[in-house]
Design a protein around this ligand. Structure first.
Ligand code: FES
Length: 633
């Protein structure tokens, strides 16, 4: 198993703090307006809006604070809509259910809130904020799975409520056509439509719109990358506009006639045969189409989405973890370690693998991480991986710990550069979560009746996964060394000095443990076979290397590799379709064939005995010892 290190969470710059502060002040102003309205005898129809509006503002401001690009976008859209609402407050008379005249103070406060929100949204687009959001975007900080689920729930509930309200309005309008000369009932039906309209229609539509925007902008779907998302957004906006331009004028005209004491037939003939029903019917139909689009997601990518897909096809792992998988089971394997079972959503068999293999896991946020498979290779129905939670890492392990059964992820085909070779015996050495690739190797060795021994080092059995299972395999062959109770690290020099002839050593764990084993092996068994896998990359500093040239033999290109760039970046600029994933020298996916020159291997894939190879290079981290390196691409 590999994981990530490196603290990346940064305090937002002053401009983001200012943008969020101004926006929150705007929300407070709206609430103040509500309080004054309430004190002056205002009614629920007008009081509800500032509450919904303020909560939405605060939410989007909080999302902006956390670097969500979509947060500031929605904030800007909301600022525009705030002006529309303010204009309505100023230029319209109180409606029939809102009989209290608004005090000038409320209008003033509403205007001040609109100005403040516009300022806040504008500040969020200044260069310092843009840089902050760009950084956050690079770190793929999209909606967390838990938040995505919460927003999705709000969106589904809001959309259903919206459709239900339009259906109710349709029913009221249809009944109003049938009441004949019962003027009192006709008036009640029209007033009921006004009440439903004022209390619910606008609010549910805004809930559906904003939660939909948050889902589109806060997930890899994006707003403009898929045709179905664009179509659904257009339908939603159209259904929001229809009441303003069609439904409300007809309703107002009809109600004016009702107040004059006209009968249902008079009103119907004045409004035309269909009256209110066409706008409501079309709205219902559009919302149903939007629901179907959400379910079936037809149409593929837009041109922009295709361009983006091409541009990101070679970002870490973006093109490789292509098999959808559903999290079917989760259990705690040790303190801070969860084991996940992944299955194909349709129950299909997953690609085969052998002990030592790993997969790229594409998390819902778009992060890609590598994890060793440790289940049963003969079980093609599921993969098992285990994840150590690293709160100071780059976010992959924390997000993986947030997954719940039923969550969808993607996995790549299993890869391996840590295969179990045939040998008369094996010494396995594992440190911490490095036990994950070792576990299926031990099982396979037991099944093959081969000789073996395991040294398992950790900070305490509470934090060490699979100890019981390993001890149950053969207690005499497993040595568990826990450093938290005073036990010292195993003496690798002695262990390897005592190694029976022909035995092979497999080691996976933190870099220091692997380095100790490599040093002991070089001293005691220089001709022995040692296979290693580190689960974090060793630290590298760019910019201190000597620049060199890379010749791409098949493309006939000669390129300069500057000290502050990776060979992978330089080659990809000319040959974009190069496979890669971790960019840390861990996964082995970026392997390129070398024709001439001497590579300086800095990856964690090649073993000590393979570091002299001049026929391959892992360009994400490795360099050249010669002024020119010729690659067979
Ligand atoms: S991209 Fe993973 S080793 Fe190069």
């Amino acid at each position: 198993m590999r994981e990530d290190t490196g603290q990346v969470h940064a305090r937002p710059p002053w401009a983001v703090i200012a943008a969020v502060g101004i926006t929150v002040s705007s929300a407070v102003l709206f609430l103040l307006g509500m309080a004054i309205e309430l004190a002056g005898g205002g009614r629920a129809t007008t009081i509800g809006w500032p509450v919904v509006w303020s909560v939405a503002m605060a939410f989007f401001a909080a999302m902006s604070w956390h670097g969500r690009q979509w947060g500031r976008t929605v904030l800007a859209v909301q600022a525009g809509l705030t002006w529309l609402l303010s204009a309505e407050l100023i230029f319209t008379q109180p409606s029939i259910v809102d009989s209290v005249t608004r005090p000038g103070l409320v209008v003033g406060i509403t205007l001040a809130a609109a100005i403040a929100q516009t300022l806040g949204a504008a500040t969020a687009f200044t260069p310092p904020c843009a840089a902050y959001f760009r950084r956050a975007r690079e770190q793929a900080r999209l909606l967390s799975p838990r938040l995505r689920k919460a927003v999705l729930t709000v969106h589904v509930v809001g959309s259903i409520a919206w459709l239900g309200i339009i259906t109710l309005q349709s029913a009221l309008a249809a009944v109003a056509r049938t009441v004949g000369n019962d003027v009192a009932l006709l008036r009640s039906l029209y007033e009921a439509q006004y009440i439903v309209d004022n209390l619910f229609l606008g609010k549910t539509s805004f809930v559906a719109l904003f939660s939909g925007l948050a889902l589109a902008l806060g997930t890899p779907w994006r707003l403009t990358h898929h045709r179905w998302v664009v179509a659904k957004f257009a339908l939603t906006v159209t259904v929001m506009i229809l009441p303003i331009v069609v439904y409300h004028p007809v309703l107002d005209r009809g109600y004016a006639l009702v107040l004059e004491g006209r009968t249902a037939d008079d009103v119907s003939s004045a409004l035309g045969f269909w009256g209110l029903l066409p706008a409501l019917g079309v709205s219902s139909l559009m919302l149903l189409v939007a629901a179907v689009l959400s379910m079936y997601k037809p149409g593929g990518r837009t041109r922009l989405g295709r361009g983006q897909a091409t541009a990101t096809a070679h970002t870490p792992g973006s093109s490789k973890p292509g098999t959808p998988a559903v999290v079917s089971e989760i259990h705690e394997a040790a303190a801070d370690v969860v084991s996940l079972s992944l299955k194909h959503p349709g129950g299909d068999a997953l690609p085969e693998w052998s002990p030592g293999a790993h997969v790229d896991l594409l998390l819902p946020s778009g992060l890609v991480r590598q994890y060793s498979l440790h289940g049963n290779p003969d079980d093609r129905g599921s993969y098992q991986i285990s994840v150590l939670r690293q709160p100071d890492g780059r976010g992959g392990s924390v997000e993986a710990h947030r997954l719940t059964p039923g969550d969808l992820v993607k996995v790549s085909r299993p890869r391996s550069h840590f295969d179990l070779v045939a040998a008369p015996g094996y010494l396995f050495i594992a440190g911490g979560i490095g036990i994950t690739p070792i576990l299926p190797m031990v099982r396979r060795t037991v099944a093959d009746n081969a000789d073996w021994r395991l040294l398992y080092v950790g900070r305490g059995t509470r934090r060490m996964a699979f100890v019981d299972e390993l001890c149950a395999l053969d207690l005499d062959r497993v040595v568990v060394v826990t450093t938290d109770n005073g036990q010292s690290r195993p003496d690798f020099v002695r262990e390897l000095g005592d190694l029976p002839t022909g035995w092979v050593v497999y080691c996976c764990g933190p870099p220091q443990l692997v380095a100790d084993v490599e040093a002991a092996m070089a001293r005691e068994r220089p001709d022995g076979r040692l296979f290693t896998e580190r689960f974090v990359a060793t630290t590298r500093v760019r910019g201190e290397d000597t620049p060199f040239q890379v010749e791409l033999r098949r493309s006939g290109k000669l390129l300069d590799v500057a000290a502050d760039r990776s060979l992978l970046d330089v080659v990809r600029a000319t040959v974009p379709r190069i496979d890669f994933s971790c960019e840390n020298g861990l996964c082995g996916s970026c392997l390129l064939p070398v024709l001439d020159g001497v590579p300086d291997h800095r990856d964690e894939v090649l073993n000590a005995g393979e570091r002299h190879r001049t026929d391959v290079i892992y360009p994400c981290v490795s360099w050249s010892r010669t002024p020119r390196l010729t690659l067979d691409i």
